[in-house]
Design a protein around this ligand. Sequence first.
Ligand SMILES: [Zn+2]
Length: 262
Amino acid sequence: MRRFVVLLAGAGLLMALTILLSGCTLGASEQGNPQTLPPIVTDEPLPSPLTFQNTTRIDASGRQIVTNPEHILVLVNKTRNLPPDFVPADLVAPQVPFPFTAHEPRRFMRATAALALEQLFAAAHAEGLHPYALSGFRSFERQAAIFAAQVARVGEIEANRTVARAGQSEHQTGLAMDITSREVGFTLTVSFGATREGQWLAANSHRFGFIIRYPQGKEHITGYSYEPWHIRYVGTEVAELLFTRNLTLEEYFQQQYGFGIN
Ligand SMILES: [Zn+2]
């Protein structure tokens, strides 16, 4: 933990700018109405409903804090916060191409997700594609600093529309990675979705346990605009299911466990 904090504190302005420019923190919060949907029927073994009973607590400020931040299916969004002190215990740097050389915390993912990412990249390379990983783990403290900087720049109302508050970024789980390519100048942009790498990612991520977490047309459910670059590890069974049924993680939880869509 201390090591990461020190690393984060020492990270340069360029990294902060890169993250600020990341659309991962962009998107207006739109929330649909609570929905009662039939549970998903599948032959695949999915976690028991009991697994996700009582997975939040209310903190002194009245916010919902997830109590299962280490679960690979943890649901984090604008209403379900991670504990401020949560740092995954098993962060490692996947051996995949990054468009920078510095050894920074944003290289890190949790070990299982990192291994899956390496397999995903190997499959992409085998098809002649050249994705790059850009941004993985991000601590609560870093997200807080980014949000504060944005408040100072544009005011709190605008900052709230464009930057995730600390605790509400999926990057703090260590299960998310932003993917980019040379074709889009190693940035995070919607046009990545139309590139060969972006299209391959959308069509194949599920084979390796990843989902496109903020898909097009689901903004009112996820609270975030379309992010073709942000993949989230959920394991192959759930990823396959979400892919074939065109479901977001919120919809999956709503259907399977009776909560998720606010
Ligand atoms: Zn992201």
